[in-house]
Design a protein around this ligand. Structure first.
Ligand code: HPA
Ligand code: ZN
Length: 320
C-alpha cells in the first residue's frame, strides 16, 4: 500500500501554507530577519509540538509565522512545500493563506501574496503542479477586519479562487461572518469554512445555511447529527478531512477512533488532507499511510478518497 500511495497522483484541498514552516526554515528566517522565537533548538521546537487542543497549536503556529517578513520568505516557504508535493506525487493543491497573520505585524498584503504566487507559478512551469489560492479570514478577529482584508485582496482577485475561515473555532461560529461571505460570493469567490473540527454539528449547519460554502474544512463532528449526515450525503458536500491533524489536536482520541472511513462508507464526500504538516508529523502520504496502519484502509478506499479529492477540487473537470 505504501508504494501505491506514493505512486498515485493526488490532490490536496486543505493545507495552510503557514503550517508548512519546518523548524529548519523557521530558524534560518528568524536569524536572517532578527526575529526572536521561543525556541533555541529543533529539539525544543519538537517538544513544544505536544498539543492538547486547537488553541494550544494556534499559539505556536502564530509565533512561528512571525519569522516571515520578506516576499522571498513567503516564496521559500511555498517553494519548499511544492517540492514536497513533487516528491509525494501531489499534482494539484489548493493552498490557504492567512493574510491577517501577517498584515497585523506590518507585513504588506502584496508581500505575502506575491511571494506565494511566484512559487506557485514556478511550480506550474517547472514541476507541473497546478494550484489555487484560498484566502482565509481569522475567525477570532471581527467581521469588520475580514471586510478590510477582502478589500485589500481586490487588486489580487485574479490570484485567489476562494475565501475561507480558520483559527479558533469555539465561540466564533460561522454566523459571525455571514455578511462578509455574502459579499465574497457577490464578488464570485468560491467559499469554504472550517467547521466541526472542535465545534459541534451546529457549526457545520451554519456554514452551509448562512455562509453557503462549497466545501466544509474538517467537518468530522457531523456524525453527531443524523439529519446532517443525510444532508451532506444528498448534497454531496465535500468534507476536507485531516486525520493526523485531528489526532495531534485531540479532536479524536486516536487514529483508531477516526471516523473518516465510516463517513466514506456512509457515502459522504470525504477526502484526505494534511492541514499543517510541519506541525502534525506528516504530509499527505503520511496521512494516507496512517489510515492503512490504524484503520486497515484498503485499495478501493484509497482510490475513492483520492478520486473524491479531484472531484471536490475547484478544477471542476478542467484537468485531473
Ligand atoms: N484549524 C483552524 N485554524 C487553523 C488550522 C486548523 O486546523 N490550521 C491553521 N489554522
Ligand atoms: Zn485547517
Amino acid at each position: 500500500m505504501k508504494n501505491l500511495i506514493q505512486k498515485l497522483p493526488k490532490a490536496e484541498l486543505h493545507l495552510h501554507i503557514e503550517g508548512t514552516l519546518e523548524p529548519k526554515l523557521m530558524f534560518r528566517l528568524a536569524k536572517k530577519n532578527k526575529i526572536k522565537i521561543p525556541f533555541k533548538t529543533v529539539a525544543e521546537v519538537k517538544e513544544a509540538y505536544n498539543f492538547n487542543s486547537l488553541q494550544s497549536f494556534l499559539d505556536i503556529y502564530y509565533a512561528g509565522a512571525t519569522v516571515l517578513i520578506k516576499e522571498q520568505d513567503f516564496f521559500e516557504l511555498t517553494w519548499e512545500y511544492l517540492l514536497t508535493c513533487k516528491e509525494q506525487n501531489i499534482v494539484h493543491t489548493e493552498i490557504m493563506f492567512d493574510p491577517q497573520t501577517h498584515t497585523s505585524r506590518g507585513v504588506k498584503f502584496e508581500t505575502v501574496i506575491n511571494g506565494i504566487s511566484r512559487a506557485l507559478e514556478k511550480a506550474k512551469n517547472e514541476l507541473e503542479i497546478s494550484s489555487f489560492l484560498i484566502m482565509s479570514f481569522l475567525r477570532h478577529l471581527s467581521q469588520k477586519e475580514a471586510f478590510e482584508t477582502l478589500k485589500e485582496a481586490e487588486p489580487f482577485k485574479n490570484k485567489i479562487i476562494a475565501v475561507g475561515l480558520d483559527s479558533s473555532e469555539l465561540g466564533n461560529p460561522p454566523s459571525k461572518f455571514k455578511e462578509v461571505f455574502e459579499e465574497a460570493k457577490k464578488q464570485s469567490y468560491k467559499l469554504v469554512a472550517h467547521a466541526g473540527e472542535e465545534g459541534d454539528a451546529s457549526y457545520i449547519w451554519e456554514a452551509i445555511n448562512l455562509l453557503h460554502v462549497d466545501r466544509i474544512d474538517h467537518g468530522i463532528r457531523c456524525d453527531e447529527d443524523e439529519k446532517l449526515l443525510e444532508y451532506l450525503k444528498q448534497n454531496k458536500i465535500p468534507l476536507t478531512v485531516c486525520p493526523l491533524s485531528n489526532t495531534k489536536l485531540k479532536a479524536v482520541k486516536s487514529m483508531k477512533n477516526h471516523n473518516i472511513l465510516k463517513l466514506l462508507k456512509k457515502g459522504l464526500h470525504v477526502m484526505v488532507n494534511s492541514d499543517d504538516p510541519a506541525y502534525f508529523g506528516g504530509y499527505l502520504n503520511e496521512n494516507y499511510e496512517a489510515l492503512v496502519k490504524d484503520l486497515n484502509m484498503n485499495e478501493d478506499e484509497l482510490k475513492k478518497l483520492i478520486q473524491n479529492s479531484f472531484d471536490a477540487s475547484f478544477l471542476e473537470g478542467k484537468i485531473s
